[in-house]
Write a protein that binds this ligand. Structure first.
Ligand code: PLP
Length: 439
């Protein structure tokens, strides 16, 4: 397919979360070469989702074919399904070091966060209620907090440092007698910054306040030990670590009570009603087992690849940089997700770069959100103090198990000329740079 026709076809498809992105000019300028059009991508967007592990698929298939029993039924087909669900519960419990009866299966990270936050706050008997969370949380935490505000609950959104970390002292300062819940994420989905959850959980425990952590981006990728971290509630999502989409789990420490969001029969540990998604749960269990077995070596390998990608990009492209801290490990613990890098490229629109790379067979992303028909810069990057312009010029690469040195070489071959061409089209490039981006 030629440059122009492929470009026009592609322009029809760039409808980003309801926002049409008017970037037609790009398509005339970027050959769709390198990789076969639209069928093959080098995938660098594993924080959005990961491919289903083949082993997980194999283990799921029988529960979509012959073993279709309802896990709540008394008969043998039902009991086979129940046994599969309980095996998966033990596998997920082993991944985060808790008891199987502390795991509630859900439809994913969004539901886990909602059950934890709304359920914990609504269950609390206090007359006045206050919640502490941070400005860099995923919308699956921010939106339930906003819903609580509409119910009269007060919420404090603590700030982050320029490198993307919540300071435990900010949480301590925000505590009030009426605080009923603190919710701070484990790893940030955009920058990969691993938050000091252990220290914040200790503050919560000392104050007698429940502590929830959204660990959707860290679980299955770096060690997550609910006892070591000291959390009461922890959200996970299967599709972020090689499991299927539409299934997740919530760790609920024994004794913690949550008001259910939904009411019905066949409850997951009295918290979540409905017939269990047996095949999905089996897939999550298999992905948890694989993650438990391979975590250390996978994380080290990813960090090596990510570090090379990042360092080489910075070497080849001027006016580019990393958003957030680059330190990987401190005191033996991951301080940044080994697979994530968030980079800015001054004078380039992030969406334009994502589309131009996609046209050349490389899938990555921006952290922008669509609001009222226009693309808004990432709330996470703005909260770290980046200007709107720099936040808009940022792109996230998130690596996964399947990425190779050759994949990184391909990105490195393509990205510098792509940034240069986008800058050549940009009216924002300062006069002194114009000559260098034209040649
Ligand atoms: N929390 C974080 C930090 C995430 O990155 C995501 C997904 O991107 C979610 C929650 C939502 O998870 P799910 O897609 O399973 O609903």
């Amino acid at each position: 397919m030629g440059r122009l026709s492929a470009g026009l076809l592609h322009s029809l498809m760039y409808n980003y979360r309801g926002c049409s992105i008017p970037l037609f000019f790009i398509f005339l300028d970027f050959p769709c070469g390198g990789l076969e059009w639209n069928t093959m991508s080098l995938y660098f967007d594993h924080n959005a989702t990961t491919p289903l592990a083949p082993e997980a698929l194999e283990e799921m298939l029988p529960y979509m074919r012959q073993d279709y029993g309802n896990a709540a039924s008394i008969h043998r087909p039902g009991q086979r399904a129940r046994a599969a669900v309980e095996k998966a519960r033990a596998q997920v419990a082993a991944l985060v070091h808790c008891e199987p009866n502390e795991i509630v299966f859900t439809s994913g990270g969004t539901e886990s966060n909602n059950i934890a936050i709304l359920g914990a706050v609504r269950e609390s008997g206090k007359a006045r209620k206050h919640v502490i969370t941070s400005v860099i949380e995923h919308h699956a935490v921010l939106r339930p907090c906003q819903a609580l505000e509409r119910e009269g609950v007060e919420v404090t959104y603590v700030p982050v440092s320029a490198d993307g970390f919540v300071e435990p002292d900010e949480v301590r300062k925000a505590l009030r007698p009426e605080t009923v819940l603190i919710s701070i994420m484990h790893a940030n989905n955009e920058t990969g910054a691993v938050q000091p959850v252990k220290d914040i959980a200790a503050i919560a425990r000392e104050a007698g306040v429940l502590f929830h952590s959204d660990a959707v981006q860290s679980t299955g990728k770096i060690p997550v030990d609910v006892t070591g971290l000291g959390v009461d509630l922890l959200s996970m999502s299967a599709h972020k670590f090689g499991g299927p989409k539409g299934v997740g789990a919530l760790f609920v420490r024994q004794g913690v009570r949550l008001l259910p969001l939904m009411f019905g029969g066949m409850k997951e540990l009295d918290t979540r009603p409905g017939t269990e998604n047996v095949a999905g749960i089996v897939g999550m269990g298999a992905a948890a087992r694989l993650a438990t077995e391979n975590m250390d070596q996978d994380a080290q390998q990813l960090a090596r690849l990510r570090d090379r990608l990042e360092a080489e990009i910075l070497k080849r492209i001027d006016r580019a940089g990393v958003n957030g801290a680059r330190e990987n490990v401190r005191d033996g613990e991951w301080r940044r997700m080994p697979n994530t890098t968030n980079l800015y490229f001054d004078f380039v629109e992030g969406e334009a770069l994502v589309i131009a790379l996609d046209l050349q067979g490389i899938a990555c992303s921006t952290g922008s959100a669509c609001s009222s028909g226009s693309v808004e810069p990432s709330h996470v990057l703005l909260a770290m103090g980046l200007s709107a312009e720099r936040a808009r010029s940022s792109v996230r690469f998130s690596l996964g198990k399947a990425n190779t040195e050759q994949d990184v070489d391909t990105v490195l071959r393509i990205i510098a000329p792509t940034v240069k061409r986008l800058r050549a089209l940009s009216p924002r490039v300062p006069a002194e740079m114009r000559e260098s981006v034209r040649n």
